[in-house]
Structure formats: C-alpha cells, structure tokens
Design a protein around this ligand. Structure first.
Ligand code: NI
Length: 144
C-alpha cells in the first residue's frame, strides 16, 4: 500500500513567449500579449507529489526536510527572480509553463530518485495550471 505526499513550493520569475521558428506576426498570433518584448512575471506555485510505502519506523513516505532542501536548492533557487528565457533549459525551448513543468519533473525525477515521483503541477495564475504526470505519461493543460 502506498501513500501520496504532496508539497507546495513558490517562486517568482519572468518570461517572454516567443518562438524563433515563427515570424513576428506568427508569434503575436500565437502568444498575444505574452509575446511582448519586455516579458512579464508570474508567481508560480509548484506542487510536487511523491509516493511510496509508509516507513514502519518513521511513519513517513519520505523525509520532508530532505524533499524541501532538494526542491528549494534545485528548483526555487534556480528560478526565483530569474528570467526563464535566460535559463539553459530554455535556450531552444519556449519557456511556457508546459515546458517549465516538464523541466521541473525531469530535474526532480533524476535528482530525488529514492521515492516515486508521481506528478508535478505548476500553477501559473489562479486560472492556469499544468500538470506532468508519470502515471498518465502526458501533459495535461487543466485550464488555459
Ligand atoms: Ni506568462
């Protein structure tokens, strides 16, 4: 029997949605005001869900302090108060929250491997959230 553990983290970052494969007109059509050359910011909320058996000694799925330390170091410190377009992950990828969600999933899955990473959800605004689920192996745009 496994138990799911979810934990929320926050960071603020800016981005500009722009694809080099598109003309300026196509970019404006695809991204609207998010293509503004000066960019804009979001207060992102990341929810990480892991799962596993409950350790009979600790009574826990995983050590929350370890998870917090890891996520704050590799995700929050990396992205907080940064321009996502300048991050190495987005040299060739548009820094949409879809792609941000996938990058966070990749980093947490590879670096915090002793528990099962179930899914990563990123809230971009109160109306938009994105989820990358290992269980369903696809990206879900909850509301865009
Ligand atoms: Ni945006």
């Amino acid at each position: 029997m496994k138990v799911y553990l979810s934990r929320r983290y926050h960071f603020s970052a800016s981005h500009r949605l722009h694809s080099d494969a598109y003309t300026p007109e196509q970019n404006r059509a695809a991204y609207g005001k998010c293509n503004n050359p000066h960019g804009h910011g979001h207060n992102y909320v990341v929810r990480i869900t892991v799962s596993g058996p409950v350790d009979p000694v600790t009574g826990m799925v995983c050590n929350l302090a370890e998870l917090d330390g890891f996520v704050r170091r590799v995700i929050c410190e990396r992205f907080d108060h940064k321009n996502l377009n300048q991050d190495s992950a987005f040299e060739k990828l548009v820094p949409t929250t879809e792609n941000l969600c996938r990058e966070i999933h990749r980093v947490v899955k590879s670096g915090f491997a002793h528990v099962m990473l179930e899914d990563v959800r990123v809230d971009e605004t109160s109306n938009n959230s994105f989820e990358y689920s290992e269980r369903e192996r696809h990206l879900i745009s909850v509301c865009k």
